[in-house]
Design a protein around this ligand. Sequence first.
Ligand code: NOJ
Length: 540
Amino acid sequence: MPTTGNTAPWWRSAVIYQVYIRSFADGNGDGVGDIVGLRSRLPYLKSLGVDALWINPWYKSPMADHGYDVADFREIDPLFGTVAEAEQLIEEAHGYGIRVIPDIVPNHTSDQHAWFQAALAAGPGTPERERYIFRPGRGPDGTQPPNNWVSVFGGPAWTRLPDGEWYLHLFAPEQPDLNWQHPEVREEFESILRFWFSRGVDGFRIDVAHGLIKDPELPDLPPRQDTGHPHWDRDGVHDIFRTWRRLADEYGGDRAFVAEAWTDTPERLAAYVRGDGLHTAFNFDFLMASWDPKDLRTVIDDSLTLLSAVDAPATWVLSNHDVMRHASRYARKTVRRWSPTEPYRPDGPPDPALGTRRARAAALLMLGLPGGAYVYQGEELGLPEVEDLPESVLQDPIWERSAHTDRGRDGCRVPIPWSGRTTPFGFSPDGASAAPWLPQPANWGERTVQAQTGDKTSMLELYRTALHLRREHPALGDGTLTWLDSPEGVLAFSRGQGFTCVVNLSAEPYPLPEHASILLSSGPVEDDLLAPDQAAWLSA
Ligand code: NOJ
């Protein structure tokens, strides 16, 4: 990778674009995104101005959870391409100055992984079963699961085999949990990291980083969680990541990890990135916050205070492939605070214009904050959640596992519209043999990259301009902020070097503080008044 004159490591300020590869760009016309499609869109990503790509799992997988059930970590799934194509992608992306960070999924494998198949074949009590978490059941004939743990996708976290033993899966039954107390599991993942580091990847996003270590006693979940949880965010995970950090440091070029770690408090999150631990962790508190000045300010302050105490940068995120897109979350008058333990249920029908206005302001807020940021594919197009997908097309395992009470995450995973007036909107090539794997709304012709390019009022041009300004302006990216006096309902902060960001979350227009010029605003500003749900970047 080319180096810049800047001496701070790239990951302290990077804008990382999340590629949900299944839905990004389909190169071979089978209705599913792939590496060939992604390679063809690198010029777009370059012109957007992102620093790196996080690519959701592309490994060989039966796709019970769209790739988060990995059967072979050293193979690319044929749906997406080949290892040779992955290598080409990495090289080409580097040629554009864009880094590449694949997902790694260490908490579980697919039930089709060679290790799990061997464990099934070998039977109870064999060493093959020790790489996973197998146990006899409870009750006189073992018909009750070993404990009361529940799957994140609904239902019990245990499945019984015909031979009588049960195995643990914190997600779908097709995703058996690995036993991270087993040295072979640790060695295998270190070897997988090396496999991909030596192919040039710049880091990894670590799936379920907070889940690897289970209480060896496997106790029942207590009715109230006062102290440590038996399988989430246990202290033992940090040992694993310290080893991974040392391993990454052996390679040149500032390889970096980002942890998907859901923790109860920002203090617990900071533990993942302190000292010799991981480089960064997603800041989900920002994503979960409501569109409320107090809530947002508290999250920003807590995150910055705790992360700066361990000298780690914040990484802000508004949307990803697991949550309702923020243009739709914000499209309700009252924005519900999200809690990861429940499906997100918005309040009332959406007001798309409101959602777009707030999403534009949120983009300037996020990109103006100290640290790095994640942009989920399509958020730069202002894509809403597709809330009305017909039940017959839903594919997320959550839909079945919740007995059709939770529609799951398909609504934020609809294939990207690139061009044209009708589906597949350039997602697949002309003459494709299959329709996009999820149907695209008929009106997405207005949302395509083609339709928005050059339109100064579009979400795409707002992101493009913001990302380019962010690269050029010395105040942006890594650093600190200073809150400025402002009425309740307005967030105003300075980043030094004459840069100020103002976000109006109140119901009244707000007169902008003194400034030499408006660098960028999320909507038209007249008479220096910032309208409700608008944001501006100012130069002193
Ligand atoms: C978190 C991922 O983001 C999600 O998509 C996946 O279903 C679970 N981990 C299980 O791997």
